[in-house]
Design a protein around this ligand. Structure first.
Ligand code: HEC
Length: 181
């Protein structure tokens, strides 16, 4: 017996893209849901070891996380978010900077002669994400510094979880004006 029947749902002609866009998902990009801990693909999954790898992953972490506050150009927002561009605080002490990104920061902090007194939360980033983000910000916006390795971040993590308050960290500010008025 020979079957000869019209396939249901099949019509000829060109694709009507006003009905079907060809995309498999249409939605609002929402980085806020992707900040869960771990080496997820969005923020770079593989462990970066070389400077180019750290910079590439760091750009992703920076643009998805840090830029929301510190701005794409790293200049921050006066009165709210301190600059990373040419930040004396950032560049003065690598280990301290690791602590800030790992644990967050609150309380008064002096950056390039300006005092900020706000809160940066702990984002639960992986060691690789912290290392790459810091390598990136320390080598962008006019900054120049050594890379921050995953091993250095791991060493800070192993050193104990001290809540980062700017006062506790203030001992080594680049300006040397850490004392309370
Ligand atoms: C939700 C907003 C927010 C995000 C996102 C954020 N920060 Fe911050 N950051 C702040 C605030 C606010 C301070 C100042 C905290 C204070 O006043 O004690 C700060 C301070 C800092 C400092 C020390 C001061 C300076 O400017 O040198 C560094 C370094 C820093 N952030 C790096 C980062 C990096 C790297 C990321 C991304 C992984 C990041 N921040 C994401 C809000 C944010």
């Amino acid at each position: 017996m020979v079957h000869e029947r019209v396939r249901p749902g099949h019509v000829g002609g060109e694709d009507n893209t006003s009905i079907y866009t060809g995309q498999t998902a249409v939605g609002t990009y929402d980085p806020g849901t992707r900040l869960d801990r771990g080496g997820n693909a969005l923020l770079g999954g593989d462990e970066p070891t070389t400077m180019p790898q750290l910079m590439t992953q760091g750009a992703t972490v920076f643009n998805n996380v840090c830029a929301n506050c510190h701005q794409r150009d790293g200049k921050g927002l006066p009165g709210s978010f301190p600059p990373l561009a040419k930040s004396d605080f950032l560049m003065a002490d690598k280990t301290r900077a690791i602590g800030v990104v790992m644990h967050g920061l609150q309380g008064p902090v002096r950056v390039n002669g300006q005092t900020f007194n706000s809160v940066m939360p702990d984002f639960g980033l992986s060691d690789a994400q912290i290392a790459s983000a810091l390598t990136y910000v320390r080598n962008s916006f006019g900054n120049q510094g050594e890379m921050v390795t995953v091993a250095e971040v791991a060493a800070v993590r192993a050193g104990g979880k001290k809540p980062a308050s700017a006062l506790a960290l203030a001992g080594g500010t680049a300006t040397g004006r850490a004392r309370r008025k």
